[in-house]
Ligand binder design. Sequence first.
Ligand code: AMP
Ligand code: ZN
Length: 473
Amino acid sequence: MLRLYDTRQRGVAEIVPARPGQLRMYACGPTVYRFAHVGNMRTFLLCDLIRRNAERHGWSVIVCQNITDVGHLADDNEPDPDGEDKVLSQARAEGKSALDVARFYEDAFWRDCAALNIGRPDYAPRASESIDLMIDMIAKLIATGHAYPVTGGSVYFDARSAPGYGAISGNRLDDLRPGYRFADGVDTGKRFHADWALWKAAPADRELTWQAPWGTGFPGWHTECSAMSLKFLGTQIDIHTGGIDLRFPHHEDERAQSNSIAGHEVVRHWVHGEHVLFDGRKMAKSTGNVVLLSDVAARGLDPLAVRLAFLEHRYRQQMNLTWDTLAASDGTVRRWRELVADWANEPSKPICAEYWSRLTTALDDDLDTPAALRTLRELAKDRAIPAGSKFETFAATDRILALDLVSLVGKPRSAPLPEEADAMLGERAAARERNDFAASDRLRDALADLGVAVRDTPEGQAWTVRPAPRNAC
Ligand code: AMP
Ligand code: ZN
């Protein structure tokens, strides 16, 4: 049985899909105004890990993940519709249209997901293409007394109309302090300080505005996730994921909106991923410690080293990333691939039941990936287990961990050149140039002893390196 920590229930819950055999999951997606950093990618990995584990249980999984390309303001608690929309301000900085910027960073996001083996969602609706859905939802909320339009064309959700508001974050309406702008009376139409904008009135000359029955404007950020999740997944959603910072106000507001439409609790389990720190501080553009996947590749590291570095920690632990930890993960990923390829050459044997049971128990236990990795390390070293069984067990686990551990199976491999061989090859080339064939032959034999086979071609020396036998990681 798969168990996950449910933020609303404040405990680990057994995941039982509302529809037997089918898990429906909604993941808050990226705001596409810049390259996603690897911290963002850890949050999207959470959804992928849940999906892969659910599939191991034989469930079919339907995932919807939105693309925010309009409406996410730099400060979303701000009632002021002139607040900076993240996509619009980036478009201005790049001298492009907002949608050009959004499509560019969205494409980059999908490439990063592919490099990290994060599967594509079944539905990936864009906010800018879902405005009708949102307008319909807002109209229903007004009709049922959960929302109210104000003079000027904005529409607010009435927070006090949502029983149980605050259950995810622990924030109570009475405890929420009025924002300074509200206190100053800038937004005169709002009835209660904790109400939030479902629709924000804006001048028609602002890029990305739409006509709504209440006036020209654009949707508030929280509006999109309710409208899209209800449309693509219905009113029974098994799991909703996101980063821990989305608990409030984003998920709290989304829950209030969706429950008010459905008349019941829509999301069964809220699952949040903790943040990545880099060199001790939360990775964020504003902190200036952002690492992109392209930075990782530029250092010659495999992108999946990032995936492994994340798996070394539980998703709901904060984790500190450094270049040293990434280099260590890169070494492990490459070594495991070589080992798995070696084991694949040995006689085939069934999966090792004892290790497989330990691996799946760990993964079912609130995605205890560190325990799963410890088990793999132990298995790699266990001399009592035949190589064929090690291969099968690693290959099966890799369908969940997705580190491409079978990528070298059946491929010709060349081991790295031993350190001393580099200089010897240089000496041998020099010896041949001065026609010192005795020295050249002596060096060829010495290189052969190091596992480097040299041959002479019209273009000069060529060599292959024999991989050294490996027994353990
Ligand atoms: P955004 O594209 O800004 O909407 O953020 C996308 C996701 O990344 C959200 O779910 C955030 O909670 C999450 N996130 C932002 N910073 C970090 C971080 N340092 N570590 C992990 N997740 C993060
Ligand atoms: Zn969302």
